[in-house]
Write a protein that binds this ligand. Structure first.
Ligand SMILES: Cc1cc2nc3c(=O)[nH]c(=O)nc-3n(C[C@H](O)[C@H](O)[C@H](O)COP(=O)(O)OP(=O)(O)OC[C@H]3O[C@@H](n4cnc5c(N)ncnc54)[C@H](O)[C@@H]3O)c2cc1C
Length: 433
């Protein structure tokens, strides 16, 4: 007998960030076609042939010939979505029409929009707004609908980007398929070893929720497990693992512990709010210098450069430093190349990032993971996939999405294209008798 306490669907999408939203839009029935007049002959022959044959429904294509020719299907969709100046700035090579949706739900523990719900209040992105959009609902359309003064070619602020992501399910007609505020704690193989069974709870103390599906889109993002320093005193009240805004930190002396872009943002903003900032990093100075110097097109990195170059007394950077302990009353013991140093602060902000929670898949075959680096450091392990479909090489019918797909770049423009081959494979298989 069917267990009615389980919510069953053909597809569960786990994670409502840009990774999960990109596939949700396609499973909701939005099918890309080639815009008439798009100069597809400019592509290499295998792509031009595929575009010619499948221009009315690009998801009907079999992407194996591209892969055999050494091309990644995700890159094709990225090039169609963002063809660049040769085809007119801002113009996408794809248009979308609505068809029947697949039976799916998207389960996520916060609102849709993923980690952007929790980045600092005034955070500017690293990329233009247009690069962070889901192609079926461009940022330019959102700006028109909402009357917001957003220039899609400019960096976009959090307080425009989050409402944009929040608008997507309603605009694309799948709001009733979103289960937000549900945290999934375990995933196991479904009945008779087929499909997936997910266990979760609404935030707070609600009853256990169960979801079952034939296909799983796995998009919990790069920070589903927040890292900790794991040193004594890390839970003392002056230590916080989240930075939103400088005004949350009364007092003058603040230590920022980290070294990535989130920590750079916090250190710069706190400095400019008049705080005395000690910026404690494990890394070598050369690494941070390179990151700053290669990011000077971004206004907040230009600002950090000038704070450093003018020798501001409000910012002290301590490199090659390891935190040993936090002590009551604002003490931090650090080790710098074997030398002990004691700091006294009003607040310590630990911004050391996170990693994907692959432990959720421990009941399946061991995962083949591939380390992904950006230009500066190791970032995370990505899941290996069959490139023509985006399906995991280890778990049948599981499709990683967002940051977690092997070979995709660590940005929305870098991974949004991978949603298309994955959605095409799910559509094809779920329609098969
Ligand atoms: C500070 C910072 C700046 C960045 N700047 C840019 C930028 O300018 N441009 C750019 O393109 N990219 C940027 N990125 C990259 C960023 O990671 C992506 O923009 C994007 O948000 C990643 O999308 P995602 O869907 O893979 O993951 P996420 O956005 O993290 O979404 C995953 C969602 O799944 C939820 N989830 C996780 N585990 C569970 C669970 N067990 N149960 C239920 N829900 C779960 C998470 O809480 C989250 O809401 C930046 C990242 C950071 C941290």
């Amino acid at each position: 007998m069917l267990d009615r306490t389980i919510e069953r669907h053909a597809v569960i999408i786990l994670g409502g960030g840009p990774g999960g939203l990109g596939i949700a839009a396609l499973l909701a029935g939005w099918r890309p076609r080639l815009v008439p007049g798009f100069p597809s002959h400019g592509f290499p022959p295998p792509i031009a042939k595929l575009l010619h044959a499948h221009s009315p429904d690009l998801l009907s294509a079999d992407f194996r010939p591209l892969v055999e020719a050494g091309m990644n299907p995700g890159d094709l969709f990225r090039a169609l979505h963002h063809p660049g100046n040769s085809y007119g700035k801002g113009a996408s090579g794809m248009a979308f029409r609505k068809t029947q949706p697949v039976d799916f739900v998207l389960v996520t523990n916060e609102e849709v929009g993923g980690l952007w719900n929790n980045v600092p209040r005034n955070q500017l992105t690293l990329s233009p707004g247009r690069w962070m959009e889901m192609a079926p609902h461009p940022v330019a359309s959102f700006a028109r609908d909402s009357g917001r003064a957003i220039v899609p070619e400019d960096l976009i602020r959090k307080n425009d980007l989050v409402p944009y992501y929040h608008s997507i399910p309603g605009k694309l007609g799948f709001a009733d398929r979103v289960r937000s505020g549900v945290h999934i704690s375990a995933i196991s193989p479904g009945e008779k070893g087929r499909g997936f069974l997910l266990l979760g709870k609404r935030s707070g103390d609600g009853p256990e929720l169960r979801f079952a599906s034939d296909f799983l889109v796995f998009a919990p993002g790069p920070r589903s497990l927040l890292r900790r320093l794991n040193v004594p005193g890390e839970s003392l009240p002056f230590v916080t693992h989240h930075y939103d805004d400088w005004s949350d930190f009364p007092g003058h002396r603040v230590a920022v512990i980290g070294g990535g872009r989130s920590a750079d943002w916090a250190a710069t903003e706190l400095h400019d709010a008049g705080k005395l900032v000690t910026y404690v990093m494990r890394q070598e100075p050369e690494l941070q210098e390179r990151l700053i110097n290669e990011s000077l097109h971004l206004p907040y990195y230009a600002r950090l450069r000038s704070i450093i170059d003018t020798g501001s007394a409000g910012l002290r950077r301590v490199f090659r430093a390891h935190v040993q302990e936090f002590t009551a009353g604002g003490g931090i013991k650090i080790d710098v190349l074997g030398q002990a140093e004691a700091l006294g602060v009003d607040h310590a902000i630990v911004e050391i990032g996170g990693e994907p929670d692959y432990g959720l898949l421990k009941r399946f075959a061991p995962l083949s993971l591939q380390p992904k680096r950006d230009n500066y450091r190791f970032q995370l392990n990505q899941m290996r996939v069959h490139p023509e479909t985006g399906e995991s090489v280890d778990i049948a019918n599981l499709f990683p999405a967002g940051y977690l797909v092997e070979g995709t770049g660590l940005s929305v423009i870098g991974f949004h294209g991978a949603a298309y081959p994955a959605a095409a494979a799910i559509l094809r298989r779920s329609a098969a008798p």
